[in-house]
Design a protein. Structure first.
Length: 162
């Protein structure tokens, strides 16, 4: 699909057109990252090559626009790393933040799954919410147990008013 097809799709249906545009853009980002990591473009012969391509794998990404199916490049001898989604993450950061905020406000994991379903994001299980909450708890604990880098002066005032 080229850019002209995406524009035509956007004119006929804006939601599908945005999904197609985002899919095209993220696939191009991953292709660029693959060229950088491999040290050569696809089918290019060069002594600087670090890895050989091994096709692509379909990978889903849940976004505010719905689920996108991306083509993640694959290498033979090297693990492909991308900024499109963190390792093992298939949910957009904004969606994760919404889930964590709901969890923090005391919404049950089943209710969060129901809310995400109403937003058009399917497949967010109670286990996924619990795993995300555990990661949040770990980050909070890390923040609370960090060493203080400089002394912090403070004043304690105790008074009684009659």
């Amino acid at each position: 699909m080229d850019l002209f097809d995406v524009v035509q799709q956007y004119v006929s249906d804006q939601d599908d057109g945005l999904k197609a545009l985002l899919t095209l853009f993220l696939n191009l980002v991953m292709e660029y990252e693959a060229e950088q990591q491999a040290g050569a473009a696809r089918y290019q012969r060069t002594p600087n090559r670090k890895a050989y391509r091994n096709g692509t794998k379909p990978r889903t990404l849940k976004t505010r626009l719905g689920e996108l199916i991306l083509s993640k490049p694959d290498f033979r001898d090297l693990s492909f790393e991308t900024t499109v989604f963190e390792k093992y993450s298939r949910v957009e950061r904004a969606v994760i933040n919404a889930i964590l905020e709901s969890y923090k406000q005391g919404v049950s994991t089943r209710r969060i799954r129901s809310i995400m379903g109403q937003l058009g994001i399917q497949g967010v299980s109670a286990d996924t919410v619990s795993r995300m909450a555990q990661e949040l708890d770990d980050k909070v604990q890390e923040f609370l147990s960090r060493p203080l880098e400089q002394p912090i002066p403070y004043l304690v005032v105790d008074a009684t008013y009659l």
